[in-house]
Design a protein around this ligand. Sequence first.
Ligand code: SF4
Length: 529
Amino acid sequence: MTLHEDADASAIDERIAAELNEFAAEEAKRLGLAREQWVEPVNTTFNRSQRDSTTMLVSGLTLAHDTFACASFESLGYKVERMDAPDNEALQFGKEFGNRAQCNPTYYTVGNLVKHLVHLRDKDGMKTEDIIEKFLFVTAGACGPCRFGTYVTEYRKALRDAGFDGFRVMLFQQQGGLKQATGEELGLEVNQDFILGLVKAMLAGDVLNLMGYRLRPYELQTGATDAAIAKCHEIMVDTLSNGRSIVGGLWKCRKELGKVAVDRSQPKPLVSVIGEFWAMTTEGEGNYQLQRFLVSEGAEVDIQPIVNWLLFMVWENTFDTELRIDLKEDDTDSKKGLKTGTAGATKKLWTLKFADKAIRTVFQTFAHAIGLYGYHLPDMNEIAELAHPHFDNNNRGGEAHMEVGKLIHFVEDKVNHMTLSVKPFGCMPSSGVSDGVQSIITAKWPEAIFLPIETTGDGQVNAHSRIQMMLFKARQKAKSDYERALDQVGLDEEAFKTKLSKSRWGRQPFWRPEHQEAGIATNLVYALG
Ligand code: SF4
């Protein structure tokens, strides 16, 4: 083909393309489809000069985590306010202004923000323009694959419909790494200091919460643990907001917690609460105050700390990177200038390995400082391998394979007496997928005492009564394990209690005997016997 012929051919192509576009536009118009792509108007303007006059609202996890996150942000120069845990009034706001068919955490968390702003306007008499100008909300985001990917859009939609159009919802990506949004003039800089401060606040919140759940069921004076925890909150807020040593702060907390007198000779059922991330973490009406309810029913609660989620994110990245190595040796991401083939992947794997080790080391340092001994973080590879024959490790969303892997691990390693899996109504990954698989697990491991609970906001009585029924079985199991241990070491209950009361280690609330079976009382029997 000559140059002349070449130019003719391309002119013909262009003419055909133009004719086709014209035809497509006419057809779209005729069929009523000639609409422009809708683009959500998003206001995320927050400059450094606005920092002093803008309050960042924070909420979403436990009281300790939210409080410590606020203190950490304060140390970086932000004005922060912690919102209360979402309650049923928040749920009503969420349902009123949110889209249909969302999952429960969306309604609770979105509704909680709307409720807070409505109260500022209607109870405190603030003008809407002032609220929009002086407040913003910070939350974590992700790309899904479940509804979590649409939370930020839900926040904006509900706020618009509730009369707060233009209210700023700032997002940082939970998988975005250490550098996400930096720049001289940005009001919210999600940089290394921000992320590391947040991670440390999360780990400090974890160890304090875990200590609370270890002590509360065995306290001799009702309310002593809560009083000590309240003092610890004050200590840690002072520590974090002034940028002091977190280990030093936790050491001071240890002294407060050490004052709680306990009797750990009581064989109480140990109940692990797993399930969907928000439903198992929140401490409010969003999960019918499950943790408190279990303690009031005489159980010890094994909560899932936030650190597990951090370790899962590291595992997830490692797993995907290892798969990617096999795909393309010379794979590069030219836009970001990253080498994602073998060389880039190897570097990434080392970074992830380091991140895993660093998280575990910092957690255990914090744990030992506050007196949380013998707490084992899950081996994420083991959880993945246990789950994989029943729940493919490539499936993501919600807790992915973790619910299934954890249940098998709990039964095989005698971690607890009962597993309670809590999930919000309408949760696709947890209720729709994991619970379906759990029926196979309970058939294969019939000794598992497992109860899945769906929370809807209005089914508290039903949920509590189902838990009470299952707790009966767990209580029996705890008692029989304890009696078998006494038999094996040749002690009767009275002799064991006398031995325990005379033991310097056994009396103090921090000491953990070696794990043999579920339950502190049973393990103390083995240790002292
Ligand atoms: S895991 Fe379930 S409850 Fe949580 S955001 Fe996804 S769909 Fe909603």
